[in-house]
Design a protein around this ligand. Structure first.
Ligand SMILES: NC(=O)C1=CN([C@@H]2O[C@H](COP(=O)(O)OP(=O)(O)OC[C@H]3O[C@@H](n4cnc5c(N)ncnc54)[C@H](O)[C@@H]3O)[C@@H](O)[C@H]2O)C=CC1
Ligand SMILES: CC(C)=CCC[C@@H](C)[C@H]1CC[C@H]2C3=C(CC[C@]12C)[C@@]1(C)CCC(=O)C[C@@H]1CC3
Length: 345
């Protein structure tokens, strides 16, 4: 008679493990003695103790192979937020997440930890110390946010103590750190093109930026505290640095750290938002003829000009979360990790 091998509680799969957050998570899990599989459409690195499975998460058969004998799955794969390919977001974030849940059932996985996003409640207007019980955005600002909302709902609704399948969603905000392909590279690119001279609004808007190691810490705590009798089952948790900072002070610190000038001149928020909307509309009309992507999309202007910071009291209470790396230390480590992006390099 065939015996089913009981999955070890320290055996896990990271879907999206080749990405920025995924790779940091894999490295930390290995340090903590986990045996790790990575499932991703691309293999970006090699690491002792890590087995790579290359495939699309919409392909259930391929996915099940990477989930065999695994008790925990971290799902942190997503198309890049900057893309405006609605069909891709639908296929990967919604249809693909359904496939992930089915594959977990078929492989006998016990816990699924989703990387969601605090942006699931963001509609482009101020959020101050937002708690997890804020309603999902009714008018999400882009396809990314719209599909992250549906993805989170799918994962949380799949939580079933009866079936022995437990789920939780982590909602980070503004992740940054070494190897991030978004925040610092976009910032430096904008500065190099001479477009980082202006502050949108009065510059006093507070935002959460979260160091990648703190986000990883939140994921691992969630996995280790997720039990049938714990409050984590089927819940969402904000994970931030718990130190809201002025958006423009944070950007300036990184720019100055890399040898660029900080923005100085103020522009009214409504004016810049209006121009961004107009450019977006023009790019939509001209799309059949020419394709161009304005630097100042309405979404980016909203992110740069409004308050959006979140309370992580629930994560502190339910899983003992505390950020491991304070913001100032995180900025120094990040700046040092991008020598090739310094002014003049
Ligand atoms: N970077 C940020 O500031 C924030 C990110 N998040 C979430 O964190 C997660 C990770 O984000 P990052 O590491 O920044 O992104 P990333 O783009 O660096 O990593 C995503 C990974 O997913 C993989 N992937 C994409 N489509 C796939 C598919 N069909 N099948 C298999 N793998 C696929 C990519 O190859 C990539 O390695 C995402 O779910 C994102 O929504 C949430 C809040 C903020
Ligand atoms: C807080 C948060 C959710 C950050 C996520 C990362 C990106 C959305 C930002 C990283 C660099 C930012 C940036 C701008 C908008 C938001 C980012 C892309 C601007 C384009 C806003 C308008 C400007 O004046 C230039 C900015 C460059 C950097």
């Amino acid at each position: 008679m065939a015996t089913r091998i009981r999955p070890s509680s320290k055996r896990c799969t990271v879907i999206g493990g080749s990405g920025f957050l995924g790779r940091h998570l894999v490295e930390r899990l290995v340090d903590r003695g986990y045996t790790v599989n990575v499932f991703d459409i691309r293999q970006a690195y090699e690491l002792p103790g890590v087995t790579f499975y290359q495939g699309d998460l919409c392909d259930k058969l391929a996915l099940v192979m990477a989930l065999k004998e695994v008790s925990i799955v971290f799902h942190c794969a997503s198309p890049a937020p900057g893309s405006d390919d609605g069909a891709l977001f639908q296929r990967v974030n919604i249809d693909g997440t359904r496939t992930v849940i089915q594959a977990c059932h078929e492989a006998g996985v016990q816990k699924l930890i989703l990387t969601s996003s605090a942006s699931v409640v963001f509609e482009g207007t101020d959020i101050k110390n937002g708690k997890e019980d804020l309603p999902y955005a009714k008018k999400p600002i882009d396809y990314y946010t719209e599909t992250k909302i549906k993805q989170e709902k799918l994962v949380l609704e799949a939580c079933s103590k009866e079936k022995g399948f437990l789920t939780v969603a982590i909602r980070p905000h503004g992740i940054f750190g070494p190897r991030d392909p978004q925040l610092v590279p976009i910032l430096v690119d904008t500065a190099r093109r001479g477009k980082m001279k202006f502050i949108i609004g009065d510059g006093s808007n507070l935002v959460d930026f979260t160091y990648v190691e703190n986000v990883v810490h939140g994921h691992i705590l969630a996995a280790e505290h997720l039990k049938a009798d714990s409050p984590l089952c089927g819940q969402a948790y904000h994970i931030t640095n718990d130190e809201p900072v002025r958006f423009w002070d944070f950007m300036s610190q990184i720019l100055v750290g890399l040898g660029y000038s900080a923005p100085r001149y103020h522009l009214p928020y409504a004016l810049v938002y209006g121009i961004a909307l107009l450019l977006w509309f023009i790019s939509l009309i001209l799309r059949p003829l020419i394709q161009f992507k304005p630097t100042f999309s309405p979404m980016r202007v909203a992110l740069a000009g409004t308050h959006h910071y979140y309370s992580c009291a629930r994560a502190k209470q339910d899983m003992g979360y505390r950020p491991l790396v304070p913001l100032q230390e995180a900025v120094v480590r990040t700046v040092e990790s991008y020598p090739h992006l310094r002014n003049g390099e």
